[in-house]
Design a protein around this ligand. Structure first.
Ligand SMILES: [Fe+2]
Ligand SMILES: [Fe+2]
Length: 170
């Protein structure tokens, strides 16, 4: 992706790369506003990662399942951005792919289209549900907690779709 003039500046204190951002949010049990912004950016980036992965799938059903997960990741980014607003009062909007600071070095598929890789990715999604549940318990804001639980429930849907996709590769 070429450099773009409307790229969102990284929030101050945020990890420099997408990989580090994913690693960071996985360690957070009680999210700060910064953590929720990082979550919004990674969820928005996950849309692109899923679409890139879907492009490599030969099976149209597998492709559709991956695209559906990808679309929902952007919804998760929007909900995380609303949680920023709920917690801090600050307006925050998830960037489109070309404006996402975590996608400026390009983005590729998250995993090869194999049974093993998709099953592994499913475990990551189930872990995402567990993370959101923990965040909901500890964020100390009712509206943010509600938004996190909606996202978390859909991460389990994502995991189940990935298992469904893995089963199609038999
Ligand atoms: Fe998500
Ligand atoms: Fe997901």
């Amino acid at each position: 992706m070429p450099a773009h003039t409307n790229v969102m500046p990284l929030p101050e204190g945020a990890p420099a790369t997408l990989r580090e951002a994913f690693a960071h949010i996985g360690t957070v049990t009680a999210p700060t506003v910064l953590d929720i912004k990082i979550m919004a950016l990674t969820e928005a980036a996950a849309t692109t990662l899923y679409y890139k992965t879907a492009e490599t799938a030969e099976n149209p059903e597998v492709r559709a399942l991956l695209e559906r997960n990808g679309r929902e990741e952007f919804l998760h980014a929007q909900r995380a951005a609303l949680a920023v607003k709920a917690v801090s009062g600050e307006d925050f909007f998830p960037p489109l792919a070309e404006d996402n600071p975590y996608l400026q070095d390009g983005a590729g598929p998250i995993a090869p289209i194999t049974k093993e890789a998709l099953t592994g990715l499913a475990q990551g999604e189930f872990g995402g549900d567990a993370l959101y549940q923990k965040w909901a318990e500890n964020v100390g804001n009712e509206e943010a907690a509600r938004l996190f639980l909606l996202n978390g429930k859909e991460e389990t849907d994502h995991g189940n779709r990935l298992l469904q996709a893995a089963a199609l590769l038999d």
